[in-house]
Design a protein around this ligand. Structure first.
Ligand code: IYR
Length: 221
């Protein structure tokens, strides 16, 4: 059994007062992130996308398997095909597949089956989770797959925000059409479709409020 060599790790720490300021600043910075559905077509460079994906890939993962694949679609024709296939599924979802309760919950957000952002956003990042790996013909299971990929997507959204760009966490459902369109191997399943880019200057977002600390946390002392 090969073991990783262990190396020293040092982390800068802060005084209580500095931490109070930093944690508040960080919250305010995170709190300024919004999900955006209207993108400018302005392109973004591969370098920027690569760094965003490298940031996402620093997420912790079960047994450090880094069990994600990020497919980056900037090709106009492929974006069009993805839009058409996603809208087909979304049309069925909004017209019968989603129960009334779900449609009621979405109504204030103004979403519908039409997904023009899939063609307009300069890049679509499609995150695939790998439930297992092939070692030759043998399948080797990965661990905590959804947890790991979910955390990586969180890191990805943060990196997008840090660059001054915006993203949308889109979940066309079912998403299996993406395996075929992108010719993915059978051990990869689509997890999230994340268009990224600049926001359209005129874009509007719903005036949502976020829960207060008392509504999201319980302290046991
Ligand atoms: N996947 C659909 C529906 C949708 C579902 C939830 I929950 C949302 O918060 C937003 C949309 C869509 O992308 O429109």
């Amino acid at each position: 059994m090969k073991e990783y060599p262990f190396i020293p790790y040092s982390k800068k720490t802060y005084s209580e007062a500095e931490m109070a300021v930093r944690s508040k600043d960080h919250f305010e910075y995170y709190n300024s992130r919004r999900t955006v559905r209207e993108f400018s077509p302005k392109p973004i460079t591969d370098k920027v996308i690569e760094h965003i994906l490298l940031s996402a890939s620093t997420a912790p993962s079960g047994a450090h398997k880094q069990l994600w694949t990020f497919c980056v679609i900037t090709n106009a024709n492929l974006k069009k095909q993805i839009r058409e296939a996603a809208e087909k599924e979304e049309y069925d979802s909004y017209n019968g597949r989603m129960p009334a309760d779900w449609l009621d919950d979405l109504a204030p957000l103004g979403t519908d089956w039409q997904k023009p952002f899939l063609e307009i956003a300069p890049a679509l990042i499609i995150v695939f989770k790998r439930s297992y790996e092939f070692k030759g013909v043998i399948k080797k299971n990965n661990y905590y797959v959804s947890e790991s990929v979910g955390i990586a997507c969180g890191f990805l959204l943060e990196a997008v925000h840090y660059c001054g760009l915006v993203a949308l966490t889109h979940t066309p459902s079912p998403m299996n059409f993406l395996c075929k369109l992108l010719n993915r191997p059978e051990n990869e399943k689509p997890y999230l479709l994340i268009p990224i880019g600049y926001p359209l200057e005129s874009t509007m977002v719903p005036d949502i409020k976020r829960k207060e600390i008392k509504d999201i946390a319980v302290f046991y002392k």
